[in-house]
Design a protein around this ligand. Structure first.
Ligand code: TRP
Length: 360
């Protein structure tokens, strides 16, 4: 019989990109997810946050469907393995109890507490015409986490959420909501624990244009699905240090230089990187050789991911429902947990048929 452990990891990604995931996702999230999976201590739930995608990108069902597909395929390509008994891909929209959970949480979430959320404040400021669904998405995200809340009273329950720093205020809100709920109804829900990626550059990988975080909207991303020739093109076009015009120009350091940042993160030969950085600063080499060296470094990193993607694509060609079945299986496991959580909440809250309510 297969059992669901009470130590759980739940994390997710908004499915809002048809291009799929890029190196920023890889260093900021996926390597950590993979390590937790391989660690094999936790029940791991990876959420395809398609409801959350709807809060910002409604009205394009074709794009949404495609982005769910490519996100799941990217996860498989980096070695997340839902054939393992403790690993589950979960489609957010497909768990009806999760929607119920979110609405129950809304009843104990003070408006003032929600509006204190820094991330929400910033995002609302950038949106002229936000939907109500968007305004409550942080509560919805608390429901995502609580979908797989371990049962109260088991020994050593854990609810870990590996995310980037930008999600910090959402996790704080989850804890605020849990506190409010438990204060009213008794200890039923578990506050989550955040796991942030180590290292500054890992949490916020700079884009190829050096202008800030790698992102689809900025057009400065190298995608996990980019073929080798595209990687070459993108690397050769990367932003370089404007203080260095000729090879012989000297510069004080290479800390903010995106080509060096990628070398430091991805090049297995760090001795070479250190020497190259010194030669670059002292005017012995220019940008071309360090870019040329970065191309095989990135392609070596991406090759196994490409191979794994090709393997899964072949499986999908043979069996078109392959991907959907993987997601359905994981979603069912999560849904069972969510059903239990919602039942407990409803009982505690006094929502039950008259005279049919079980005695607790
Ligand atoms: N907000 C996350 C993002 O922007 C995605 C997400 C949705 C999530 N629900 C979650 C992350 C629950 C962690 C836990 O990518």
């Amino acid at each position: 019989m297969f059992t669901v452990r009470n130590q759980r990891v739940l994390t997710g990604m908004r499915t809002s990109s048809e291009e799929g995931l890029h190196l920023g996702h890889y260093v900021g999230a996926l390597t950590q997810w993979k390590a937790q999976q391989d660690n094999n201590e936790y029940e791991c739930f990876y959420l395809l946050a398609d409801m959350q995608a709807l809060t910002t990108h409604p009205g394009d069902p074709k794009a949404l469907r495609e982005s769910i597909r490519v996100t799941a395929l990217d996860w498989l390509s980096v070695g997340l393995d839902p054939t393992l008994p403790h690993v589950h891909f979960v489609q957010q929209s497909m768990v009806p109890e999760r929607h119920a959970l979110a609405v129950l949480l809304m009843q104990v979430t003070r408006y003032k507490v929600l509006m204190r959320n820094k991330t929400l404040q910033e995002e609302l400021a950038g949106q002229a015409d936000a939907s109500v669904g968007f305004m409550v998405y942080p509560v919805d995200q608390a429901a995502d986490i609580l979908m797989v809340c371990p049962p109260f009273g088991v020994s050593d329950p854990r609810l870990l959420v590996p995310v980037g720093r930008d999600q910090e205020s959402h996790l704080e809100l989850q804890r605020d909501i849990v506190r409010a709920f438990n204060a009213m109804y008794g200890n039923i829900l578990l506050p989550c624990v955040a796991l942030f990626p180590e290292g500054e550059s890992a949490g916020r990988l700079v884009g190829t244009d050096g202008s800030g975080k790698m992102s689809k909207s900025k057009g400065n991303a190298i995608y996990l699905s980019d073929p080798a020739n595209v990687v070459r093109q993108k690397v050769m076009g990367m932003y370089t240090d404007p203080r260095k015009l000729a090879v012989s120009d000297t510069v004080p350091d290479t800390n903010g230089h995106p080509v060096f940042i990628y070398h430091r993160l991805f090049n297995p030969d760090q001795g070479w990187v250190e020497q190259a950085s010194e030669d670059y600063c002292t005017g012995k080499i220019g940008d071309v050789p360090i870019k040329k060296k970065l191309i095989p470094v990135l392609n070596d990193l991406l090759d196994p991911i490409r191979a794994e993607r090709a393997r899964h694509e072949a499986l999908i060609r043979k069996r078109p429902q392959y991907l959907g079945e993987i997601v359905m299986r994981g979603t069912e496991v999560a849904g069972k947990e969510t059903k239990r959580v919602v039942n407990e909440m409803q009982e505690a809250m006094g929502i039950a048929y008259p005279n049919l309510r079980k005695k607790r």
